[in-house]
Write a protein that binds this ligand. Structure first.
Ligand code: SAH
Length: 236
């Protein structure tokens, strides 16, 4: 692996590649991603805009969010290090008839190739699988045009997120395969803000993504102690 790809955990990539054929099964282990997709899509559209925007989806997986953004009129590039994930994402374009430029790359490598080119960058449910999230955020800042928007989604590191996202979702309710998440890699909003600031990004908004156990559905709202979305802007 070249220097520029050192911020990649091969075991994490393999974990996602092993389940790649199930990305688009709304009832399978990617069900939570399917369920949160409309919520995060509306958040991105509202905070950053999508129509005719040049958008980069970092850690795009099988392309659930990339395709949804393309459907809303964005010109989307999706990057991931997983070959199988990208294979599934490319195949799915044949079904949807949408256009997305999928590439096997890390954010750091693409930043060397395409600096300052994107209006909007999304990086969702990915930072908690990377050895050095600050380095990914720094690369995202370099990939953005000045004034460009970054929308991130991840998990906070709190006792409640351990209970809900690991014990609840993985072991009790089996919404996700056990071992999907590692608590130590969860990211506190204060850590996110500090990394963003160091990268020249200014944090504009934090919004919680809540799972309602009774209705078995997600909604956005205040309270960022488990899943949350963050919106930042690249300073000029
Ligand atoms: N963003 C997608 C997929 C989330 S799963 C969605 O929310 O629908 C996390 C994805 O990040 C996996 O596809 C995994 O292969 C990818 N990933 C993990 N580390 C990465 C890295 N360093 N560079 C690029 N992709 C990475």
């Amino acid at each position: 692996m070249s220097e520029i790809h050192t911020n990649v955990d091969a075991a994490e990539i393999a974990k996602f590649d092993d389940m790649a054929h199930r990305w688009w099964d709304p009832e399978g282990e990617c069900r939570p991603l399917h369920e949160i997709n409309p919520l995060r899509l509306d958040y991105i559209e509202e905070r950053a805009g999508l129509q005719d925007r040049k958008v980069l989806d970092v850690g795009c997986g099988g392309g659930l969010l990339s395709e949804a953004m393309a459907r809303r009129g964005a010109q989307v590039t999706g990057i991931d290090m997983g070959e199988n994930a990208l294979g599934v994402a490319r195949l799915h374009l044949l079904e949807s008839g949408l256009e997305v430029d999928y590439r096997q790359s890390s954010a750091e490598a693409l930043a060397a190739e395409m600096p300052g080119q994107f209006d909007v960058i999304t990086c969702m449910e990915m930072l908690e699988h990377v050895p050095d999230p600050g380095s990914v955020l720094d690369a995202c800042a370099r990939l953005l045009k000045p004034g460009g928007h970054l929308c991130v989604a991840t998990l906070n590191r709190t006792p409640k997120s351990f209970a809900m996202a690991i014990l609840g979702a993985e072991y009790l309710m089996r919404m996700l395969p056990p071992g999907t998440h590692e608590y130590a890699r969860f990211i506190r909003p204060s850590e996110m803000e500090a990394w963003m600031r160091q990268a020249g990004l200014s944090l504009r908004n934090l919004t919680g993504m809540h799972y309602d156990l009774i209705n078995r559905s997600y909604r956005l709202g205040p309270g960022v102690d488990v899943n949350y979305l963050a919106h930042a802007v690249r300073e000029d």
